[in-house]
Every structure is written in structure tokens, then in C-alpha cells.
Ligand binder design. Structure first.
Ligand code: BGC
Ligand code: BGC
Length: 599
């Protein structure tokens, strides 16, 4: 055997020590901050007094899992890690996540003060990064239910799945008020109406009831940008900004939301990430938000307009009131730059302490110091009760736009032809933020497509024939159910500045059905109202299904009248997809906000 080189030897020794640590009790600094019976403020004050500048800056740092090792968490005292969209451990299942989170946590606890870290992930319609999770309808569908209690129940169910993977924090809900359907994040919005969004923020109550921290995002005015451009510029007077975009944050704060995420967008030309007025004066001082403010993905870099995390980016954001910086791959630079800015006196220590008080208070409140290992003895993940809840939510979110009497379909009899690219595609019906950031057509393990749901609900006795492109359809069929709409997208990749018209594939299948004269039910699976006005005359019924998620049978429940349609439009359906309309603006609408037929 060749002799070990010194470096290898050191590593071997380190590993040996780490291994032996498993059995030896950890020697951590003790003090009043460890006593869960003491008031949070007292624990915070005690802990803060023991912390060095490095430790404080570490608490303000959030790295991405792909860019940091457990060893670095210990070395740099990093206080938080996130999964970007689709950034997952191997294997991507509950066990894989628990192993990952617990390994990072062990590393965080190995620091002298043993301050637990928090892991954050975008569980925006269920715990959507994880294989086998229950995927609920995207917010636009939940908005159509107008049911805050249902949103709360979904929040609680999502949080139990989140907690079972060890994750402590979700970047949800998006409480954006989408005012222009061309925006790629329209489906993340409960409604164009701030009062409806505010009422649906009850999801926060559900999430946090299971000790998962929620995030109201993206503060402020993300849904109000000119032309619906993602990360664009919201050009509004302060009065209009307050009237349209602030109410959901007031509601979220009433629900005691743990964190608020800053919007990439600008307000009248100023990046929100650098706005002391919006973050400190309005949110923290006026609205008395007591949680912590997290920046969006490299959002701080954008402040000065130049690429890279500059000193001016960092000091502007922190001085504006950002408490934790999502610096996915550039977390080392962030730590370095912020330290230099503090030492140069350009970021006051009082600001660093304020940020730490806010972050630590939440870590205490959510019991992080007391539950440092994931509970492995629960079984809610992707469970039947959660799927049943999701199916119910899907049914309640369906909005019946038109019905000349062809609906409800009769179960157990007749010949039904099913067509369209979104009929048998759980990926398409789930949309963006499903397994990956953008989502993708195809399988989602555990999911039920709309076609499968139709087969189940129609039962034996009915003939169900399916062809995506409609081939094989003839006049012998009683009805054709054509499931059209959008394919998955997220954020700016979903911006449709050219308008929201149907694609060629949908038009072709609709034309095939129309030519045969078979009674037609069109189900629109989409993240926003599409331009359907010029096609509607040829359809006998139209149902807006939004992005239902994995439980496609909920759509079938409504088609067959197992559940009567009760959804109400959360958005005005514009007459022309290129020209967005909102209630009260006098613009032409195909269907107004609140529209929805029933049987
Ligand atoms: C990440 C997302 C993030 C996006 C920002 C992607 O690479 O996966 O989580 O939102 O970048 O542009
Ligand atoms: C998105 C956020 C998300 C974050 C982390 C950003 O690009 O704007 O909504 O929480 O990425 O994935």
C-alpha cells in the first residue's frame, strides 16, 4: 500500500472524527436561547448577543442545493438552502429528500452555536418538485372555487407532504394580482381582483398550521407590469399600486405569514429589490410585517443593471430591508461583499441585527431548534385522502362557459370520442412548476389524466374511444370531448406578447370534429383565458379546466354531473386575447369576472 499523502490523511482523520461524532453527544453552546419555554424575543436576544458578524451574515445567506455541500454549510454558517425549480436529490422521493435535508441540518448543527438551517422549496401546487406528490390545481383554478376553506385545507395537506420530506419552508403562495393574461405567471394568480386574492391567502393558515413556513410573493406589483411582461415595470401611481396589489399582503400579514419574497419587477422604473420605501417603510413599518423578507433568485444582482453581484447591489438591497438573500450559486460572493460593506460602515450593524432578529424569530417560532431531524413516522405523502381532496378541488374549480344542453354527459351508456393534446397528458394538465421548473408534457407518476378520469366516471356500458388527433371519429359517436389548451411553461417563458390564440394542433383537431358535425364539448386546459371567441359558435359546450394537476378525474366528475359546475371566473375572459381586460375597465369581455354556468 502506498503511504497516504498528508491531505488525504487529513481528510481521513476528519471523516473518522465526523463518524465518531455520530455516537458522541454534540457539545454545543448552551444558554437561555435553547429553552423552548422562554419567550421568542428573549431567546432571540440571547442568541444574537452570542453571534459573530460571520454568523449573522450566514443567517442572511441562502444558497442553492446544487451549489453547496454540507461541509460548506458548517464552514460558512449558512442559514438557508433552497431547491430551485426541479433541483432535486437522487433519488427524487421522500427518502432522498429526508436524507439530503437531514445531512445539511447536521452540518448546520455542527457549528459552535448550532443554529438550525431552513430548507425552502417551491411547493406552489402541492410539493411539486417531488416524485409522487399530490399535485393540486394551480392558483388560478383555486381562485375559481372562491373557497377559502378549501384553500386552507389544501395548504395543510401540501404542508404535511412538505414536512414529510424534511422541508421547512415553501415559497408559496403567490399572491400576485394578474392584470394582463399575456403574463407567463397568470396561473400563479388566484384572481385579477385583489379582494379574491386576499381571501384565498387562507392557504397560508393551512400551510403554517403544519409548521411549514409560508411566503407571500412577489412583493409588490408583479402582476401589474406593463404589457404583462415578466419581471417588467409596473407603472402605477402609489394610490393604484396600493389599491390593486397591496390587499393580499395585508391579508397575508393577518395570517402571520413567515416571509415575503421581493418581486423581480420594477415600480415606475425602480427595482423593488432596492426600494427602501416599499420594503421597509410600507411593508415593515406601515403594515407591521414581523417576518423576514427574502429576495428572489439572483434578484439582488439586477438592482444596478450590471451583471454580477456588486457591492452596490448588496448594500442597496440590505439597506432597503431585504433580510435574506437568495444567492443560488453566488452565495460566497454575497457573504464576502456584505461583510466588506458592513466593515466599511456602508451597511449599519443595526440592519444586520434586525435581519437576524426576524429570521431567528421564525426559526424559534416554527420549532426548528426543537425538531432538528425529520419525523419518519408519518404517511401523508401522495396519500389517497390528499388525492381525494385534490380531485374535489379540481371539480370545484371547473367553470362552465357554455352549454347548449349536451352536458352533463350520461354515465354507463353511449359512445363518447375523446380527442385533443391535453386529454391524456398529466404533464400538460399540471403545467409549469411540476417536477421541473418549466414542467413538461408527459407522465407525472401517480397522476390521473382527464381521459383516464372520463373512463373511470363513465363506467362500463359506455364506449370511450380516444385519439389525440381525432382520427377514427365518425358520425356514430354521440359526443366528442375535445381537450385543448396550453403546454407547460413557467415565468418569462410563458409570456405571450403576441396574444393567447389557440395553436395549430388544437385548431386542426377542432376542425376535424366540426366537419363531422358530432356534438362537441371543448375542455380548455390552460393557465389563463385563451382566445376562443371566434371558435365558440361551433361548440355545444365549453368548460374552463385551468391547470388541474394530477387529479384529472375531477374534470370528469363535472362533465358527468357527479358534481355540478360551481366555479366562477377568477379573471375576466377577454374578447380578444391580445387585449387584456379587467372588471370595471370598460374593455370588451367574452365572459365577465365571476361568470360561470351550472346544470
Ligand atoms: C430555477 C428556478 C428559478 C429560475 C429563475 C431556474 O433555473 O430552477 O427555480 O426560478 O431559474 O430564472
Ligand atoms: C421565482 C420564484 C421562486 C424562485 C425559487 C424565482 O425565479 O420568481 O417565484 O420562488 O425562483 O425557485
Amino acid at each position: 500500500m502506498r503511504p497516504l499523502r498528508p491531505l488525504l490523511l487529513a481528510t481521513a482523520l476528519l471523516l473518522a472524527t465526523a463518524a465518531s461524532c455520530d455516537s458522541t453527544p454534540e457539545t454545543k453552546v448552551d444558554g437561555p436561547f435553547r429553552d423552548s419555554k422562554r419567550p421568542v424575543a428573549e431567546r432571540v436576544a440571547d442568541l444574537l448577543a452570542r453571534m459573530s458578524l460571520d454568523e449573522k451574515i450566514g443567517q442572511m445567506t441562502q444558497a442553492e442545493r446544487g451549489s453547496i455541500s454540507p461541509e460548506e454549510v458548517t464552514e460558512f454558517r449558512v442559514g438557508s438552502i433552497l431547491s430551485g425549480g426541479g433541483s432535486v436529490p437522487t433519488p427524487n422521493n421522500r427518502g432522498g429528500w429526508v436524507a439530503m435535508v437531514d445531512a445539511y441540518q447536521k452540518a448546520a448543527l455542527a457549528t459552535p452555536l448550532g443554529i438550525p438551517f431552513i430548507y425552502g422549496s417551491d411547493a406552489v401546487h402541492g410539493h411539486n418538485n417531488v416524485t409522487g406528490a399530490t399535485i393540486f390545481p394551480h392558483n388560478i383554478g383555486l381562485g375559481a372555487t372562491r373557497d377559502p376553506q378549501l384553500a386552507e385545507a389544501i395548504g395543510a395537506a401540501t404542508a404535511t407532504e412538505v414536512a414529510e420530506t424534511g422541508v421547512h419552508w415553501t415559497f408559496a403562495p403567490c399572491v400576485c394580482v394578474a392584470r394582463d393574461d399575456r403574463w407567463g405567471r397568470t396561473y400563479e394568480s388566484f384572481s385579477e381582483d385583489p379582494a379574491i386574492v386576499a381571501s384565498m391567502s387562507s392557504v397560508i393558515k393551512g400551510l403554517q398550521s403544519q409548521q411549514v413556513m409560508a411566503t407571500a410573493k412577489h412583493y409588490l406589483g408583479d402582476g401589474g407590469t406593463t404589457g404583462g411582461k415578466d419581471q417588467g415595470n409596473t407603472e402605477l401611481s402609489i394610490e393604484e399600486l396600493r389599491r390593486l396589489h397591496l390587499p393580499p399582503y395585508e391579508a397575508a400579514i393577518k395570517h402571520n405569514v413567515a416571509s415575503v419574497m421581493v418581486s423581480f419587477s420594477s415600480w415606475n422604473g425602480t427595482k423593488v429589490h432596492g426600494s427602501e420605501f416599499l420594503i421597509t417603510k410600507l411593508l415593515k413599518e406601515e403594515l407591521k410585517f414581523g417576518g423576514f423578507v427574502v429576495s428572489d433568485w439572483n434578484g439582488v444582482d439586477q438592482i444596478d443593471g450590471a451583471p454580477g453581484l456588486s457591492a452596490s447591489d448588496v448594500r442597496t438591497a440590505i439597506n432597503a430591508g431585504v433580510d435574506m438573500v437568495m444567492a443560488p450559486a453566488v452565495w460566497r460572493e454575497f457573504i464576502q461583499v456584505l461583510k466588506a460593506e458592513v466593515e466599511a460602515g456602508r451597511v449599519p450593524m443595526s440592519r444586520i441585527d434586525d435581519a437576524n432578529r426576524r429570521i431567528l424569530a421564525k426559526k424559534f417560532e416554527f420549532g426548528l431548534f426543537e425538531r432538528t431531524k425529520t419525523n419518519r413516522n408519518t404517511a401523508a405523502f401522495g396519500s389517497a385522502p390528499h388525492r381525494a381532496l385534490a380531485r374535489q378541488a379540481v371539480a370545484k374549480s371547473q367553470v362552465l362557459l357554455k352549454n347548449s344542453g349536451v352536458l352533463p354527459l350520461k354515465a354507463g351508456t353511449g359512445r363518447i370520442f375523446v380527442a385533443g393534446k391535453n386529454a391524456d397528458n398529466v404533464g400538460n394538465q399540471s403545467g409549469g412548476w411540476t417536477l421541473t421548473w418549466q414542467g413538461s408534457p408527459g407522465e407525472v407518476p401517480g397522476g390521473t389524466s382527464i381521459l383516464k378520469g372520463i373512463r373511470e366516471v363513465a363506467g362500463s356500458g359506455a364506449t370511450i374511444t380516444y385519439a389525440q388527433d381525432g382520427s377514427g371519429l365518425d358520425k356514430s359517436y354521440d359526443v366528442a370531448v375535445v381537450v385543448i389548451g396550453e403546454k407547460p411553461y413557467a415565468e418569462f417563458e410563458g409570456d405571450r406578447m403576441e396574444g393567447t390564440g389557440l395553436d395549430g394542433e388544437d385548431k386542426a383537431v377542432l376542425e376535424k370534429v366540426r366537419a363531422l358535425g358530432v356534438p362537441t364539448v371543448v375542455v380548455v386546459v390552460s393557465g389563463r383565458p385563451l382566445e376562443i371567441g371566434s371558435h365558440l359558435d361551433g361548440w355545444n359546450a365549453a368548460l374552463a379546466a385551468w391547470l388541474p394537476g394530477t387529479e384529472g378525474a375531477g374534470v370528469a366528475d363535472v362533465l358527468f354531473g357527479r358534481q355540478v359546475p360551481s366555479g366562477k371566473l377568477p379573471m375576466t375572459w377577454p374578447a380578444d386575447g391580445g387585449h387584456p381586460a379587467n372588471a370595471g375597465d370598460g374593455k370588451a369581455a367574452l365572459f365577465p369576472l365571476g361568470f360561470g354556468l351550472t346544470y
